[in-house]
Design a protein. Structure first.
Length: 426
């Protein structure tokens, strides 16, 4: 039987700060997304590729962009690696405004990278813009210029606004507005948009995260690196990791993919994303390097998912939707989250969604029976829907063997990789 698990600790939670941007009428027109180390943190503790990757992964696959930004555009700070194409942007140009940080030196490589992003349709914003800096080279491709209203004196601010107005396509955002007087000055200078504590402080959103194992991500990347990708192998690799499966399912719901259908299996998610998007997401997850889940917890998740798959197939039902259902059900129980919260952002078909939410239909009977069998303290399914106990016990043992073999294989490869590194070092 699966061991009883508790709720999440802070290492299993990701946090994204969201600060609104307003127009002249006081309406919120966008949000800036910021990395936060904790739910009570008031400032960003890191402004590097790691922080940016965590914001992107959390916003697009942990929370869901609609939940974070409410359908509005989001502004995201990007570091040099993203601007120059060394790290991928796995979202459509309509979903985010790319902010060039003031600490980024705009050399030829950055200029070429940002210009290419603009030509692809991405909207560019210059953060904490100061005239006389290398960022002037980006004025022609930028749409927004953000000007600091806190540290600069009034004469400097006025000069910056006058110079920006020489480029009629630019729209100005007054940022770090801390006082009513600063807001009045920004309004009088004709800024189009406004951001700062005097209007709205950052709100930190938190969500439970189940991070994919680094080794599985590497194996998926290897499978994606060949010219003729074996989709069956790829689906099998993704299915081995609960966190990766969850994120890719949620990623299929991003508006950029233009989905007009739902998914009921990992194969559906892989096909819907496409190999290029899948490569981008897995690469980004490697950089994000979110906290690993406990090995025993991952084992419990895989056992329940596999057991659901085997029970469904023995009853003549499709196995892959049952695997996904078992996975989602186990994740909800693991972190003490309502099933509806776990399903947020996952475009499941109606049958699978109903099975998870209400236990309805033959698939719901499968999920209910396996959950009762594998979870201490959960009442067994009613006799009319319960599987034969002896048969279920056999399927459970088969699922345990499959899970142990899978995790043993991963552990062995990880150990071999470590030994290889030691050999290379010596």
């Amino acid at each position: 039987m699966s061991r009883e698990t508790g709720g999440p600790d802070d290492d299993h939670v990701v946090h994204v700060g969201r600060q609104p941007i307003y127009d002249r009428e006081g309406a919120v027109i966008a949000h800036e997304l910021l990395f936060r180390a904790g739910a009570t943190a008031s400032t960003a503790s890191r402004r590097d590729a790691h922080a940016t990757a965590r914001v992107l992964v959390a916003a697009f696959t942990e929370f869901g962009l609609d939940e974070v930004c409410g359908g509005l555009v989001c502004f995201i700070n990007l570091t040099r690696d993203f601007l120059t194409g060394h790290l991928p942007l796995p979202f459509d140009c309509s979903q985010a405004v790319l902010e060039v940080l003031e600490t980024t030196d705009v050399d030829e490589e950055v200029l070429a990278g940002v210009t290419a992003l603009a030509e692809q349709g991405y909207t560019i914003a210059l953060d904490d813009f100061v005239f006389g800096s290398s960022h002037e080279r980006l004025l022609e491709v930028a749409t927004y210029v953000k000007i600091d209203m806190l540290d600069a004196d009034e004469a400097t601010i006025r000069a910056a606004v006058l110079n920006c107005r020489l480029h009629p396509h630019l729209q100005l955002i007054a940022e770090r507005l801390e006082t009513p007087e600063a807001l009045d000055l920004a309004m009088s200078l004709g800024f189009e948009f406004f951001q700062g504590h005097v209007l709205g402080r950052p709100h930190v959103s938190s969500a439970v995260a189940l991070a994919p194992s680094r080794l599985t991500r590497l194996r998926v990347m290897a499978a994606l690196s060949v010219e003729d990708v074996d989709v069956d192998e790829l689906v099998g690799l993704v299915a081995q990791d609960a966190g990766l499966s969850m994120r890719l399912l949620r990623a299929t719901n991003a508006a950029s993919f233009g989905l007009n259908r739902t998914v009921s299996s990992i194969r559906d998610a892989v096909v819907a994303l496409g190999l290029t998007r899948l490569r981008q997401w897995v690469t980004l997850m490697l950089v994000a390097d979110l906290t690993e889940a406990d090995p025993e917890q991952l084992s419990d998740l895989l056992i329940r998912a596999r057991c659901c798959q085997l029970l469904a197939e023995s009853a003549g039902l499709p196995g892959e939707p049952a695997y996904i259902g078992g996975l989602l059900s186990a994740v909800a129980d693991l972190f003490g989250e309502p099933t509806g919260r776990v399903l947020s952002g996952v475009p499941l078909d109606a049958t699978l969604s109903d099975a998870l939410m209400t236990g309805g239909g033959p698939l719901g009977e499968v999920l209910t029976a396996v959950r009762a069998y594998t979870t201490p303290g959960v009442e067994p399914a009613p006799p009319a829907t319960a599987a034969d106990p002896a048969a279920l016990a056999q399927l459970y043992l088969t699922a345990v063997r499959w899970t142990n073999a899978t995790l043993s294989e991963l552990s062995g490869e990880l150990g071999q990789a470590a030994r290889d590194r030691v050999t290379q070092d010596h």
